[in-house]
Design a protein around this ligand. Structure first.
Ligand code: P6P
Length: 333
C-alpha cells in the first residue's frame, strides 16, 4: 500500500496544475471518469454480463459492432446528455453528430467508446479514447462543421485503459498524468505524474502482416530496425503489436517506442486506418504533452485541418528522435 494516501482525481483537478481549466471542464472530466468506471465494470464482467460477442450490426466505419461497443457508446451518451456542459457529442460508432437535448454547453465531446474491439472476446486490453473541444459556434444549433477543428484546438484529451488495472490518462495541456482506479473505492487516484516519453527507443509497434503494402519510407525504417546491430542502426530492436491503440500508446508513454499505422496501398484513396478526430488527435495531444512527437509521415497530426467527421489519417507517434527520423525518410525517399 502507498505510504501516504494518494491524491484523488477530484483533488488533482482542484490543484494549481489544473487551475487553467474552468469548472465546467473539470466537472466534464469527472463525468468522463465516472462513465468509464461503469464501462470498466462491464468489461470486467464480460461473459457473465452477456456482453461479449457481436451485436450483429455494423457502424459507419464498415466494422462489425461488438455488444460492448454499443454498451460503451450508450453509457457515454446517457451520462453526458443532460449535464449542461456539452453542446454535442461525436462517436466512432455514430455516423452523425449527437446534439444534446439542451445544446447550451461550452464543450464538444468526441470519443471512440471502445478502442480495440477485436480484442474484447480474447481478453486483451481495450480502452475508451476521448477528445474535448470548445464549442466555438455562435449559432443556437451545433453542426458537424463545429467539430472540424485541428487537434491543436483540443482543450483536453485522454483515454481510459481497461487492462490489468483500469488507468485514466489525461492532459489539459499542462503535461500528462495517470490515475489508477481503486476498485474498492470506485475512485481514480494519481499514480504517475508528468509522464515523459524517452526521446530514443529500441521498440517499434506496427502490424507487420501489412509490410508488402507499405510506402518505401516505412519499409526502409522497419527493415533497418529488423537489421538491428548488424545494420545502420547499430542496435537491436524489439517489436510489439497489441492491436489496441490505447494499449500500444500506453506502453510508449511508460517506456518509449514508436507506433505506426501508416498509409498502405490496399486502399490507396484512404490516408490510413485510424480516425483523425477521436483517435489520432487525442493520442497525439497526449504524446506531445509527454515530450514525444506525432505525424502522418509528412506533417504534425495536430496541425491537420479536418474536412470530415470520420476522416482517417496515417499515424506515426512516440519517441521524438525516432519519429523525426521517420519523417526524414518520408522527405528523402
Ligand atoms: P489491425 C483497433 O481496431 C484499431 O482501431 C486500433 O486500436 C489498433 O491499433 C488498430 O485498429 C489495429 O488494426 O489492422 O492491426 O487489426
Amino acid at each position: 500500500m502507498p505510504s501516504s494516501q494518494p491524491t484523488s482525481l477530484h483533488e488533482c483537478l482542484k490543484s494549481t496544475k489544473y487551475a487553467g481549466i474552468d469548472q465546467d471542464l473539470s466537472l466534464l472530466i469527472e463525468d468522463l471518469a465516472a462513465s468509464c468506471i461503469s464501462i470498466s465494470q462491464a468489461v470486467q464482467q464480460g461473459a457473465l454480463a452477456n456482453i461479449l460477442g457481436s451485436a450483429g450490426t455494423g457502424n459507419v466505419q464498415g466494422e462489425t459492432q461488438q455488444k460492448l461497443d454499443i454498451y460503451a457508446n450508450d453509457v457515454l451518451l446517457n451520462a453526458h446528455s443532460h449535464t449542461g456542459r456539452l453542446a454535442a457529442m461525436a462517436s466512432e460508432e455514430m455516423e452523425h453528430i449527437y446534439p444534446v437535448p439542451n445544446p447550451v454547453g461550452k464543450y464538444l465531446l468526441l470519443f471512440d467508446p471502445l478502442d480495440g474491439s477485436s480484442n474484447i472476446d480474447v481478453n486483451v486490453s481495450i480502452g475508451t479514447i476521448f477528445s474535448i473541444l470548445k464549442n466555438s459556434s455562435s449559432a443556437s444549433t451545433v453542426s458537424e462543421a463545429d467539430f472540424l477543428q485541428s487537434g491543436s484546438r483540443q482543450v483536453a484529451a485522454g483515454y481510459v485503459l481497461y487492462g490489468p488495472q483500469t488507468i485514466l490518462v489525461l492532459t489539459v495541456g499542462a503535461g500528462v498524468d495517470m490515475f489508477t482506479l481503486d476498485q474498492q473505492k470506485n475512485q481514480f487516484f494519481l499514480s504517475n505524474e508528468n509522464v515523459q516519453i524517452p526521446k530514443d527507443t529500441k521498440e517499434f509497434a506496427i502490424n507487420m502482416s501489412n509490410m508488402r503494402h507499405w510506402a518505401p519510407p516505412v519499409v526502409r525504417y522497419v527493415n533497418e530496425c529488423l537489421s538491428g546491430s548488424t545494420g545502420v542502426r547499430n542496435k537491436d530492436f524489439n517489436m510489439r503489436w497489441i492491436a489496441s491503440m490505447v494499449a500500444d500508446v500506453h506502453r510508449i508513454l511508460i517506456r518509449g517506442g514508436v507506433f505506426m499505422y501508416p498509409w498502405d496501398q490496399r486502399e490507396p484513396n484512404k490516408p490510413g486506418k485510424l480516425r483523425l478526430l477521436y483517435e489520432a488527435n487525442p493520442m497525439s495531444f497526449l504524446v506531445e504533452q509527454a515530450g514525444g512527437a506525432s505525424c502522418n509521415g509528412e506533417v504534425r497530426i495536430l496541425d491537420i485541418q479536418p474536412s470530415q467527421l470520420h476522416e482517417r489519417v496515417s499515424v506515426i507517434l512516440g519517441s521524438k528522435n525516432e519519429v523525426d527520423l521517420i519523417m526524414k525518410y518520408h522527405k528523402t525517399n
